[in-house]
Design a protein around this ligand. Structure first.
Ligand SMILES: [Zn+2]
Length: 367
């Protein structure tokens, strides 16, 4: 009935677009997934020929093995080899923005082009001037995670973030403890520890990484997937990180391995969502990266305001309220500032009340 009414109203001449408040969407849950510093090159083109064929500057240790895994003749086949679930299943059920070759543009708005300024922009709807470094300080503005929890009057554990990088303990909230966050090398509190989490929770302290603040994405995903099943959050954020760190280490083989694990993570989370009557058909996924990185064989390892490519990103929105268009071939330009308002629109919440300077929702993400 409600749907009929909306269709009729929508058809009235001069009725204009329905206000977000009047809109009836199917989405009841949102899962936000970020993957740190995964370039457009890899998302849209798979293994980069420049890097695969230059082991000296890409740091690839076993070129033959890497080629067997991820090298194919066309960019389309390469991206499907690297990200088979993303391109084979998810992309068809939503929109993927940012393929610059198709004149689809997504950029960061903050002037820094590295992680915390990017995540602050994503989670607050605008660049945050106070965030100029990756220092572990709390968000200067309420985050979209905190706002959804407050507006929907949810207990803290119903809005949750499970993240590989420790600084997310500060990035995801203005007020410590206002949402559930487990990030970096951090044990899950006994209250939330399920039998399925036990091995990953313990392994994180034994199978360490080269970085003190970043645990393996496998640990994050394993804990996240169990948390999703056991706590059934209303809004869930999973932040993976290894792609960026292996990039800085100049190990392109490991970057591709981490990108492929990101794809596997999406498959795992999606399978959990589809197996649950609570989530199935009522959950939207928002997936993006926080910044780009250099385009060349010399600067691909890094990303700064001076390195071209560092501001170039991509966003995918998948779910029941999003047109099944896959990759968009439009002249549209978007920014990561629009992610917060997009999430809020799924819940029927007003992004201007959240933050008067919040960027608008991504129009292409809605039918
Ligand atoms: Zn980085």
């Amino acid at each position: 009935m409600a749907l009929m009414w909306l269709v009729v109203v929508g058809l009235l001449p001069g009725s204009g677009r329905l206000s977000p408040a009047a809109e009836k969407l199917v989405t009841e849950y949102v899962v936000l997934v970020t993957i740190d510093g995964l370039r457009n090159e890899e998302l849209f083109g798979g293994a980069d020929p420049k890097l695969v064929n230059d082991p000296k500057r890409s740091g690839v240790e076993d070129q033959a093995r890497l080629k067997k895994q991820y090298w194919r003749e066309t960019a389309q086949a390469r991206r499907e080899a690297l990200l088979p679930f993303f391109w084979g299943t998810l992309a068809k059920q939503g929109v993927v923005l940012g393929n610059r070759e198709l004149k689809s543009f997504v950029d960061v708005s903050n002037p820094h082009h590295f992680s915390y300024p990017g995540y602050a922009e994503i989670l607050t709807g605008q660049p945050q001037e106070a965030i100029k470094s990756n220092k572990a300080v709390h968000s200067p503005h309420e985050t979209v995670l905190e706002y959804v929890r407050r507006k929907l009057k949810l207990p803290a554990e119903k809005v949750a973030a499970v993240c590989s990088w420790s600084v997310f303990n500060q990035i995801t909230s203005k007020v410590d403890g206002s949402i559930f966050c487990n990030a970096g090398f951090e044990a899950i509190p006994a209250k939330y520890l399920t039998p399925g989490m036990r091995s990953a929770n313990a392994a994180q302290f034994k199978l360490t990484t080269p970085w003190d603040t970043v645990r393996h994405d496998w640990v994050t995903l394993s804990i996240a997937n169990e948390y999703l099943k056991s706590q059934q959050p209303k809004l869930f954020y999973v932040a993976l990180a290894e792609t960026d760190d292996w990039g800085h280490e100049r190990r392109y083989d490991r970057v591709l391995q981490a990108a492929n694990f990101f794809d596997e993570s999406l498959r795992t989370l999606w399978t959990t969502l589809q197996a649950s009557p609570r989530y199935r058909g009522k959950t939207s996924l928002v997936i993006l990266t926080d910044h780009g990185r250099g385009h060349t064989v010399d600067n691909w390892i890094s990303h700064t305001s001076k390195i071209q490519g560092s501001a170039e990103i991509w966003i995918a929105v998948i779910g029941p309220d999003t047109p099944n268009r896959g990759e968009t071939k439009s002249m549209g330009s978007y920014t990561q500032s629009q992610v917060a308002a997009t999430i809020l629109r799924f819940y029927g919440l007003d992004h201007r009340e959240f933050n008067p300077d919040c960027a608008e929702p991504i129009s292409e993400a809605f039918r």
